[in-house]
Design a protein. Structure first.
Length: 281
């Protein structure tokens, strides 16, 4: 793996950062306005969805397990977003990242509240969530961690699309719909930052080895075939192969957009050959 010697210097660990006067901040302000317009209270939403759910039977054990797991996965997202906020060197971006941290805290709370309401307890964090946290924090480079966080949010938004449909009867689908709207904004935010202004410059200068490590970290924790099988279990009329192909195509599109900012994109694409083969339909 390439070292960090040629990367841009990491942002200062200061709470004071300059504002930019034009350009990218206009985009940032749109993200902030959207976050403020899509506010909701976790306990109230859980009460609503359980009151209005379409299923006659009690929510399933699978819904409880998924909600419990999501509570901890969102906690990991909150921690990473908070770290990015702390290290950010641009005041406008700090404001946007602050909304992302608040969103992730709200997401963790709503899944926790759902699980506790339907079962009286929340299943403890599993090794998968612990490993995800360790692996993301092991990326000891701001840009690599920002990239991994963005790609991970992309997978979350994509898998939640299917959960919205497959968990409707238990009311959990509506929770995933609320959360997915925020996650989709986080993906758009990350993609915009990494392809415009100082974020694009950071991605352009990120050593190829660190870029590949960030992507591989995310793929390690998002088993496309296992997720597709779960979706097929929730939606038997939906072939697992169709879901897997869609997930792979979505990730490939995000990577194509991100790599387009780099001068070495052709050479890097060759280095990613083994990853592309793993993700091929």
């Amino acid at each position: 793996m390439a070292g960090t010697a040629d990367a841009l210097p990491g942002p200062p660990r200061s709470t004071v950062a300059p504002y930019r006067d034009r350009g990218v901040p206009d985009l940032h302000h749109r993200f902030i306005r959207d976050a403020r317009s899509h506010d909701w209270e976790p306990a109230r939403e859980v009460h609503r969805v359980l009151r209005d759910r379409t299923g006659a039977a009690a929510p399933s054990e699978l819904s409880w397990l998924l909600a419990s797991g999501s509570a901890y996965a969102e906690q990991v997202g909150m921690d990473v977003a908070a770290g990015l906020l702390h290290e950010c060197s641009e005041a406008d971006m700090k404001l946007v990242l602050a909304t992302a941290v608040a969103d992730e805290a709200k997401h963790s709370a709503v899944f926790h509240h759902y699980a506790h309401t339907v079962a009286g307890t929340v299943k403890g964090p599993g090794e998968a969530q612990q490993e995800l946290s360790r692996d993301l924090w092991s990326l000891d480079d701001y840009t690599a961690r920002f990239l991994a966080h963005t790609l991970a949010e992309g997978f979350a938004a994509d898998e939640f699309r299917w959960f919205v449909q497959g968990l409707r009867e238990d009311g959990l689908g509506e929770i995933y719909r609320l959360v997915r709207r925020d996650e989709s904004r986080h993906v758009a935010l990350g993609m915009a930052y990494l392809t415009h202004g100082p974020g694009a410059e950071r991605l352009r200068r990120l050593p190829a080895g660190l870029l590949l490590a960030a992507e591989e970290t995310v793929l390690k924790h998002n088993d496309v075939d296992a997720l597709a099988s779960l979706v097929h279990r929730l939606l038997p009329a939906t072939p697992a192969a169709q879901v897997a192909a869609w997930l792979r195509a979505r990730h490939a599109t995000r990577m194509r957009v991100l790599l387009n900012v780099r001068d070495d994109r052709v050479r890097l694409s060759r280095r990613r050959k083994h990853i592309r083969e793993t993700m091929e339909v």
